[in-house]
Write a protein that binds this ligand. Structure first.
Ligand code: NAD
Length: 411
């Protein structure tokens, strides 16, 4: 496939065919209902004015207001933002969230800017976009943005409107109305899906071996939960390299080590291995939790794991997906496995709208109920339609979105 937008439209088409979706609905969902491109002028520290390009895509709002992240990276493309907004429509429908898919982005390199320049850029994004609030468009964080940037966005939005509106922006710091448990949400969801898939496959947790690519927010939380349940994590990698221990890595100690050094490499007691070898290891479970397009037609044939849980967005290319399916490898797709973050963002919005907050325990209980409910529905659709879990996940979401579209008289 040429790019992530082509991939997204391909998965949409495959699932639409599996459920005989009306061609009119498929066509409407094959392109965002609204896409804006705009510029943000920013005064740089040296006094120059620089113009940045930004985007916001609303894929489909049949189920509710468009919500989700803001990606900032130098090689950002409009196609990437369109695809991510479609993925969000699917994830929201999977999580039973009354929201549509939204995604925004700025073509910029946050790491080459001073903090002041970056703050002016982020505030400029809100000034130029003027999101219309919790019932229409709710930006959140993504690659290149985090809690601090969401706090700037919220403040800018509230300065413009003159009202406190905590539900207008997601992924905020807890002190400004963010949800407790938000940081762990995605990794926790990945771990819960992994436990469930292992039970389905008859794996005993303490005899199950795992390799995890990526030890950031998602990979580290997933690793911790698996380790606590007795899984043997043989290999962990990050952008600097990979470590391997045939006896199993002590994740509690690794977390301490990474806190001090910022990387997993040279963790005492583990061997260093070539990062690319992570996909060929003799393990039961493989969890890509780093970047997209890492399982490709070049390495899919060498994968020995019996279960792949996609913690990252789009780690498997469609060509590799077909190879894994042919080999009988069970795959839990990204739109389900990493939907925990989207689910807790929904809880954040509910808390914002009700001007209240929930204990972490309640957030975790509600997350587990939603993600495992979706897991079961998707497993039964996979059996009903005799399709992969990826197609079943998209089909499950499309059925809900299409029903809302029909009821609204859109088809
Ligand atoms: P992060 O930046 O916190 O961590 C990324 C990790 O991947 C780091 O350990 C980094 O060193 C490693 N990494 C980067 N490039 C790599 C490479 N080429 N090879 C090996 N390791 C590499 O990011 P995150 O928030 O943990 O997100 C990880 C993935 O999960 C991304 O694909 C993201 O889109 C997806 N995701 C994240 C969330 C969330 O809530 N954070 C939600 C849904 C999906």
């Amino acid at each position: 496939m040429k790019d992530v937008w082509e991939t997204a439209r391909y998965y949409l088409k495959v699932a639409a065919e599996a459920i005989d979706l009306e061609p009119e609905i498929t066509e409407r969902l094959s392109t965002p209902m609204r896409f804006v491109e705009f510029t943000i002028p920013v005064r740089m520290d040296n006094g120059d004015k620089k113009l940045f390009i930004a985007y916001r895509s609303h894929h489909c709002d049949a189920l509710g207001p468009c919500k989700d992240g803001t990606r900032v990276k130098p090689d950002l493309t409009p196609e990437e933002i369109k695809a991510l907004s479609m993925f969000m429509s699917i994830k929201h429908a999977i999580g039973d969230i009354p929201a549509g898919g939204g995604k925004g982005g700025i073509k910029a390199d946050p790491y080459s800017m001073s903090k002041g320049e970056y703050e002016r850029l982020i505030r400029g994004f809100i000034r130029r976009l003027v999101p219309k609030g919790a019932m229409i468009d709710v930006p959140g964080a993504d690659i290149g943005t985090g809690e601090e940037q969401m706090a700037w966005m919220l403040d800018e939005y509230e300065q413009i409107t003159g009202m406190h509106s905590p539900a207008a922006i997601n992924d905020k710091p807890v002190a400004l109305g963010g949800s407790k448990g938000g940081y762990e949400a995605t990794g926790r969801g990945v771990a819960l899906c992994t436990f469930e898939a292992c039970k389905d496959l008859g794996f005993e947790f303490d005899k199950t071996t795992v390799a995890i690519q990526g030890f950031g927010q998602v990979g580290s939380v997933t690793a911790k939960m698996l380790f606590e349940k007795g899984f043997k994590i043989l290999c962990v990698s990050d952008i600097y390299g990979a470590i391997y221990d045939p006896k199993g890595i002590n994740i509690t100690n690794l977390l301490e080590y990474v806190k001090k050094t910022g990387k997993v490499v040279e963790f005492p007691g583990a061997q260093s291995i070539d990062s690319r070898k992570i996909f060929e290891l003799d393990v039961d479970v493989l969890i890509p939790a780093a970047v997209q397009d890492v399982i490709t037609e070049d390495n899919a044939d060498r994968i020995k794991a019996k279960l792949v849980v996609e913690a990252a967005n789009g780690p498997t290319t469609p060509e590799a997906d077909a190879i894994l399916s042919r080999k009988g490898i069970r795959l839990i797709p990204d739109v389900l496995a990493n939907s925990g973050g989207a689910i807790v963002c929904h809880f954040e919005r509910i808390q914002g709208l009700s001007n209240d907050w929930w204990e972490e325990e309640k957030v975790y209980q509600m997350l587990e109920k939603r993600i495992l409910g979706a897991y079961k529905e998707i497993s039964s659709i996979a059996q009903e339609l005799k399709v992969t879990r990826r197609t079943a996940a998209w089909a499950y979401a499309l059925r809900k979105i299409a029903e809302a579209m029909r009821l609204r008289g859109w088809s």
